[in-house]
Ligand binder design. Structure first.
Ligand code: SF4
Length: 365
């Protein structure tokens, strides 16, 4: 909470558009070349921003989808509407997700000049065959050009990468990331989600087994550690001072408001969502704040639910989480088994623990 007594709340704006659907993607996004729809979406988002309550904006995040499919001018106007409504402190983290192949040097310059101060780039892999399997629109040369364009103005860049892709040992991706020296890296294992083309075609591929995927994660942790990155969250690595302030709000259960279809919010102790329907969102953006969400039917979390969340989310962080007395016995067992440390009543997973975190978290909550 700041001294002005307004609540600290982060803002997430969702952009449900992409150039084309990636083979593994189950996010709420669809290909969009319709410029009129993008204009309508811009107006709807700005209306919704105008309807927000008085808050102290802690962080801002434009995600998707692929926000940059909107075009830099629309994104700059939307950010401008946030600046118009709120006094944003100059050091506030304002992140934009972008995918190579959807922004050029001029766009990046304009976006940075408008106030975006952190760029999250979807590199995913340095291997063109792997990018092809994933159905990405870019190749590695396009990514490298985009990174170099971004570097001319952004001094805070995060790269997203995916491991566990058939036929890829991930070594080249890790090597390229350490050579480029982004301030932050997020790395996830490939999820094969029902309903995606990758799921439909899964029999055509040989996916790495658990051990192979574990070895890729180990390589990632070792190499990034050797290059000065702190592994501060299960999937996140940062140079000192560059941990994601926005994502830390999620992990520490700070409040955030999501704008746009499929956007999640945590506000007034309720977790709620805006329905996954772009036209509905546009139509209902003229209505008061929250009326486009399922806020009314989302009951406030009970103390027990809040506590479970606190433990579950806190265990994602390398700094760990304070545990209640009744959980310490199990935490001690996991610490003695080599999966973490227990200092007083704060239990923290180590990298071995991160690899099996789901099982440990399930035992602890
Ligand atoms: S760019 Fe991202 S959101 Fe868009 S289809 Fe690919 S994975 Fe999904």
């Amino acid at each position: 909470m700041t001294t002005n007594s307004k609540r600290d709340v982060s803002l997430y704006i969702h952009f449900p558009f992409c150039v084309k659907k990636c083979a593994y993607c189950a996010f709420f996004s669809a290909p969009c070349q319709n410029e009129e729809l993008k204009d309508e979406y811009e107006r709807a988002v700005i209306r919704r921003i105008d309807s927000l309550p008085e808050i102290n904006v802690k962080t801002v995040y434009f995600g998707g989808g692929t926000p940059t499919v909107m075009g830099s001018a629309r994104l700059c106007r939307i950010l401008g509407s946030i600046f118009k409504k709120y006094d944003i402190e100059s050091n506030t983290e304002i992140t934009l997700e972008a995918n190579p192949g959807t922004v050029n040097a001029e766009d990046l310059y304009d976006l940075h000049s408008a106030g975006f101060n952190r760029l999250s780039l979807g590199m995913q892999s340095a291997n063109d065959v792997t990018l092809g399997i994933m159905g990405r629109i870019h190749d590695n040369a396009t990514f490298l050009q985009c990174y170099s364009d971004a570097r001319r103005c952004f001094d805070n860049i995060s790269l997203d990468a995916i491991f566990g892709v058939p036929g890829d040992d991930f070594t080249a991706t890790v090597k390229q990331m350490t050579e480029l020296e982004p301030e932050h890296v997020s790395a996830y294992s490939l999820m094969i989600e029902e309903g995606t083309p990758l799921y439909e075609n899964r029999d055509k591929y040989v996916f790495p087994d658990e051990n192979e995927e574990g070895a890729q994660y180990e390589t990632l942790c070792r190499e990034l550690g050797a290059h000065g990155y702190r592994h501060y969250e299960i999937s996140s690595f940062a140079k000192p001072g560059y941990g994601s302030a926005h994502n830390t709000v999620y992990w520490k259960r700070g409040e955030y408001i999501g704008i746009g279809p499929a956007a999640h919010s945590f506000y007034n102790s309720r977790r709620f969502e805006t329905p996954k329907d772009t036209q509905r969102f546009i139509k209902r953006s003229v209505l008061p704040f929250l009326s486009d969400t399922d806020y009314e039917s989302a009951l406030p979390l009970t103390p027990e639910e809040s506590e479970e969340e606190r433990v579950m989310l806190g265990l994602r962080l390398a700094e760990g989480v304070r545990l209640a007395e009744n959980r310490l016995e199990k935490a001690k067992y996991f610490a003695e088994s080599g999966f973490g440390t227990l200092q007083g009543n704060v239990f923290a997973l180590n990298e071995a623990g991160f690899r099996v975190s789901n099982a440990i978290i399930a035992e602890l909550i």
